[in-house]
Design a protein around this ligand. Structure first.
Ligand SMILES: [Ca+2]
Length: 527
């Protein structure tokens, strides 16, 4: 109810902001002249042609090599406390593919996604990205600024999208033929939020590893930190032991899918118990102490309501403990390494407005109910996507089965919930398709094939009506492709045909396996 009210208010506000006062351009306004463009609620700060060659975005350490484009740097202020910076990049007429791609953010953002804009531009897209209304990843931005929290949560992407289309029209003389949104992690959250809240914004949407169950995800991080840290704040499982755990998990469960390839196809079928690594005599680097075993079990188990036993948020999948050298390729970055719970700022600055709030006072029951009642706009968990379907929108979602940040079981649970709401799998697939990447980490990386062109697949679907049955993904080592594999349309899985290299996608089929037995559905959120 509260969310509906908030959305209704925004819908009421936003159209009045964007009643453009300039006449529709027919031939297009020269790039530099766009600085004088008038869009209510938006200030164009600069507009200039960037010639082909090296370009160093603001705040970036490395230069990019880009084709020529018109760069428009703007600020949108849908409320008096808003300061939503966004950039629009438009290729010259001869290079423009006639389309627009909005790109998403990571974390709590506070930064324009220049690399994603560069990728869009190189494909001929006009593109836009926003800092989501504040600078930097620190969550203090919302302390005393409730409108900035709304900007971050969903408004900035919508405002950026509407304004960008107008900027494109003014410069090129027409609105984009198609609009796509492409994001992973928080960008995946933004993607689903757009499909749910502003279905008219985009013709096609890519939601990668979506962190859209945001409130419960944050409670999940808090719980994960508490069960994996000593009272002094040091991690119970040392970083060096996480790869030991992954190695044992993969040894135990690799073959369950019929192929020993270092990849666990579906971690829900893996029931490896870390107790198998219990040290027999004293602690050493190859075994786990009893408290370490307990901490690992709780990571897999996830968060349950202590009063009712009801699952609140999924645990992390077996195989996600540590599969690479970077902290993001393990439980380290979001759970083990931080000196206090990750995203504790949610409770301090967003929910309780108390910078001294002590996580030890958390009440999983009362405080979750309070958060979902007070900040429903922070999540994007609506499962009725009728409006997006009705406007002909296409939604492509993917996630990594070894994601150590956003538990893939939660993403699966959301898709299953949408399927139920939207009239079954076949009806849902007509506009919303889901691809799971075995052995892929958070948005990329991992032992499984994790590089694929979701946008090309979505273009085919939106523009040619060819719905993707699979995405062919590649795995790279030192820049060289050493394995390709299809990512199959959920709930299908890739199975080797029995002949040919197991490193070549052509030797795999997408098949439907028997349903999981005894697998408990985890987390549903306010769905
Ligand atoms: Ca395997």
């Amino acid at each position: 109810m509260a969310r509906r009210l908030v959305v209704a208010l925004v819908v009421a506000i936003v159209p009045t902001l964007f009643e453009v006062t300039t006449p529709a351009a027919s031939a297009g306004t020269a790039c530099a002249s766009l600085a004088a463009l008038t869009i209510p609620g938006v200030s164009v700060r600069s507009a200039a042609v960037v010639p082909a060659g090296p370009f160093t975005p603001p705040g970036a350490r490395q230069e990019m090599t880009l084709p020529a484009f018109c760069r428009i740097d703007s600020v949108a202020r849908p409320t008096s406390d808003s300061e939503i910076k966004f950039e629009v990049w438009i290729p010259p007429a001869e290079a423009w593919n006639g389309k627009f791609e909005g790109v998403g953010n990571g974390g709590y953002s506070g930064a324009i996604g220049y690399p994603a804009m560069a990728a869009a531009l190189r494909r001929g897209y006009a593109t836009a990205s926003t800092d989501t209304g504040h600078a930097g990843d620190d969550m203090k931005f919302a302390q005393g600024h409730p409108e900035k929290l709304v900007d971050w949560a969903y408004r900035s992407i919508h405002v950026m999208t509407e304004a960008s289309k107008l900027v494109v029209r003014d410069h090129t003389g027409r609105f984009p033929d198609r609009a796509y949104f492409n994001g992973c992690s928080s960008g995946g959250h933004q993607a689903l939020s757009e499909a749910q809240r502003f279905p008219d914004d985009y013709d096609g949407i890519i939601a990668g590893d979506p962190a859209h169950n945001r409130i419960r995800q944050t409670f999940g991080f808090l719980h994960a930190w508490i069960v994996t840290h000593h009272k002094d704040g040091s991690p119970i499982i040392p970083a060096a032991k996480l790869p030991v755990l992954t190695k044992a998990v993969v040894e135990a469960c690799d073959s369950l899918d019929g192929l020993r390839d270092g990849i666990i196809d579906d971690p829900r079928r893996c029931h490896f118990d870390p107790g198998r690594l219990l040290c027999r005599a004293g602690d050493d680097s190859s075994c786990l102490t009893a408290p370490q075993v307990d901490a690992a079990r709780k990571m897999y188990e996830g968060l349950k309501n202590p009063r009712t036993g009801e699952p609140i948020f999924a645990g992390w999948p077996r195989g996600s403990e540590a599969f690479g050298d970077n902290a993001i390729q393990s439980w380290r970055q979001y759970v083990m390494d931080p000196p206090e719970p990750m995203r504790v700022g949610f409770f301090r600055y967003f929910l309780f407005h108390d910078p001294n709030w002590d996580w030890k006072t958390i009440d999983w029951d009362r405080d979750l109910a309070y958060a979902e009642q007070k900040l429903p706009f922070m999540s994007a968990v609506e499962r009725d996507l009728s409006a997006f379907r009705k406007r002909g929108g296409k939604l492509l979602m993917y996630t990594g089965w070894a994601d150590p940040v956003v538990p893939p079981q939660d993403t699966v649970a959301y898709y299953d919930a949408v399927v139920k709401t939207m009239g079954g799998l076949e009806k849902t697939r007509e506009f919303y398709r889901f691809f799971l990447a075995p052995g892929m980490g958070h948005c990329s990386g991992g032992p499984g094939p994790n590089q694929f062109d979701a946008l090309a697949a979505l273009e085919q679907w939106v523009e040619k009506g060819v719905a993707p049955e699979k995405l062919v993904a590649s795995h790279n080592t030192n820049g060289r492709v050493d394995r390709t594999r299809p990512l199959c349309l959920y709930p299908q899985v890739a199975r080797w045909k029995g002949t040919g290299s197991t490193d070549e996608a052509a030797n795999f089929s997408c098949v439907t396996e028997a349903p999981l037995n005894g697998v408990r559905r985890t987390t549903s959120g306010t769905r």
